[in-house]
Design a protein around this ligand. Structure first.
Ligand SMILES: C[S@@+](CC[C@H](N)C(=O)[O-])C[C@H]1O[C@@H](n2cnc3c(N)ncnc32)[C@H](O)[C@@H]1O
Length: 226
């Protein structure tokens, strides 16, 4: 079976907002609502391949799906017996996600919020999954710390992103991606309380759809020791 929620359902990926674009929580929500509204489905409906492979062997517990989009990962996780909280800024995406969960007969707790604004209780998830997250970089590294702080001792943080080209790419899309928290930003904050289990670049086997121009993923999996 081909996995990969982040295969676009058709050929045009939203040009994520970059510097100069509105960056308030309301403006970010509005941007993503508009992007989702332009298509009946933005993503494929399949769980992301890196999620499926990286959590193999983990005991299901409480999971946070950060930026769950149309909910393919969240629904799949619930089907694997995880207790899922899925957080998303777009109500359009969340409505689709909730409908999909109802169709599949699974329960997910949906949170309409940005990651930082959600002010989640610290150390409350056994797995925090952020698949191609669109978390704006800020000077105080609020998004990176929110990811780390959400993981319970003994729990796992999994972050997957596109590998950006080594040579600076001048396309607007690549420039926008550089405005977002990347895996290096997260890795840089892992201290002695964490064990970095995976931090590698992998080929991305997506041949169709908007994401096809991204040929590599970068995957970070870390376990919180204490
Ligand atoms: C590139 S999409 C990835 C969606 C999904 N994880 C997937 O793999 O298909 C990024 C998602 O993050 C959401 N998002 C944007 N800003 C966010 C924020 N501050 N906190 C949480 N989610 C956010 C967007 O609405 C969008 O659904």
């Amino acid at each position: 079976m081909e996995h990969g929620n982040h295969h676009a359902a058709d050929s045009s990926e939203p040009a994520e907002p970059g510097r100069g674009s509105p960056q308030t929580p309301e403006a970010v929500s509005g941007f993503w609502d508009q992007s989702y509204s332009e298509k009946p489905a933005l993503w494929s409906g399949r769980p992301n391949a890196a999620l499926v492979s990286e959590i193999r062997g983990l005991q299901p517990g409480r999971v946070l799906d950060v930026g769950c989009g149309e909910g393919a990962d969240a629904v799949w996780l619930a089907e694997q017996s995880w207790e899922v909280t899925a957080l998303e800024v777009s109500t359009v995406a969340l409505d689709r996600a909730a409908r999909q969960a109802a169709r599949r007969g699974v329960t997910v707790t949906w949170l309409h919020s940005g990651l930082v604004e959600a002010a989640l209780p610290p150390a409350s998830f056994d797995l925090v999954s952020a698949q191609y997250p669109a978390l704006l970089r800020t000077g105080d590294k609020a998004a990176e710390f929110a990811l780390l702080h959400a993981v319970a001792p003994g729990g796992t943080l999994l972050v997957v992103h596109h590998q950006l080209p080594a040579d600076p790419d001048t396309s607007a899309h690549s420039a926008a991606l550089r405005d977002y928290v990347g895996l290096a930003d997260v890795a840089a904050l892992l201290d002695e309380n964490w064990h970095l289990e995976v931090h590698e670049t992998r080929p991305r086997n997506v041949s169709t759809g908007a994401g096809a121009h991204h040929t590599e993923d970068v995957v970070l999996r870390a376990r919180r020791l204490r």
